[in-house]
Design a protein around this ligand. Structure first.
Ligand code: GDP
Length: 297
């Protein structure tokens, strides 16, 4: 009998990129995410009605999916990173074509650099009469961003979240970036996953939007999520369809946790409820101890 779980049985396959949108306040991060979300499968299946679930997927139909984290801004990116959740593969740096490079644009650039995450630039608001995308490119280049059209490797796309123009080009640029990065994941075996958002539903209890990093998360499994635990009662895709299991980079909503986890919490599969309780209790104690130590400082 061949043994499972050996390295040679690991199935490594290409996976979709996970993208975070960053940039200066009011440059259109939320609007761009809204525009992209409206093209997602969930939006199509729900007849245009979309809900903020922490992540969404575009391009499912074409078989070239891209997962977007639906929380714009640096705080979310940093919080996730601080908790060890390196989920983002590519940063979309949104810069308003009329406003140009601003302090938080530079901050986003340095966050991405520190995390070693490549940037694709989206020059937004190109519909505006006072838009000067060329000026923005010069500014970015002078801040040390090696733009493709100047011989570097950072792609730039001109978009308008308002007119929904340039979105296809942005998606193409992200897929090209993903291809260059040769993103792959082990798809069989126990799952390693992260929470990107969690909320309490009156009827269904704690719900967590999760992204699997590696392996497969299966309905019925016992899990520890941060300091919480539970047994997965259902897994749904972003169109809210019940699915039996979740594979890498596809956001899913999981139900069955006993408490509310936090964005950035890791999800670990364990073999029994007893083990799940023990591990979460241990983590809770450690968490509390760390908190008290911090207070003393
Ligand atoms: P955020 O703070 O980066 O999330 O920016 P928002 O998405 O909230 O956008 C800030 C403002 O810019 C809002 O009034 C938007 O309607 C406007 N805006 C966003 N994108 C565009 C665009 O492509 N064109 C124009 N003309 N206005 C935009």
């Amino acid at each position: 009998v061949r043994r499972l779980h050996s390295d040679e049985d690991a199935q490594i396959l290409p996976r979709p990129p996970v993208v975070t949108v960053m940039g200066h306040v009011d440059h259109g991060k939320t609007s761009l995410l809204d525009a992209l979300r409206q093209t997602s499968l969930a939006a199509k299946e729900a007849g245009g009605i979309t809900q903020h679930l922490g992540a969404f997927v575009v391009g499912m139909q074409s078989g070239a999916p891209i997962t977007f984290l639906d929380t714009p801004g640096h705080a979310a990116f940093s919080a996730m990173r601080a908790r060890g959740a390196a989920v983002t593969d590519v940063v979309v740096l949104v810069v308003a074509a009329d406003d140009g490079v601003m302090p938080q644009t530079l901050e986003a650039m340095s966050h991405a650099k520190a995390a070693n995450v490549p940037i694709v630039v989206a020059i937004n608001k190109c519909d505006k009469p006072d838009a000067t995308p060329e000026r923005v490119k010069v500014q970015l280049a002078s801040e040390g961003l090696p733009l493709e059209e100047m011989g570097g490797d950072v792609q730039v796309v001109e978009v308008s979240a308002t007119n929904k123009s340039g979105l296809d080009q942005l998606e193409e640029a992200l897929l090209l970036q993903a291809e260059l990065m040769d993103l792959k994941a082990r798809i069989n075996g126990p799952a390693q996953a992260y929470v990107v958002e969690a909320r309490l539903d009156k009827g269904r209890g704690p719900l967590a939007t999760a992204i699997v990093k590696a392996g497969t998360l299966v309905c019925g499994q016992h899990v520890v999520v941060g300091c919480e635990w539970g047994r997965i009662r259902s897994i749904r895709d972003m169109a809210r369809k019940v699915i039996p299991q979740a594979t890498p980079a596809m956001p899913v909503e999981i139900e069955g946790l006993k408490g509310l986890p936090m964005a950035g919490d890791d999800i670990v599969v364990v073999e029994s409820e007893e083990r799940a309780r023990m591990l979460s209790e241990g983590r809770r104690k450690k968490h509390e101890k760390d908190r008290l130590l911090k207070l003393e400082e």
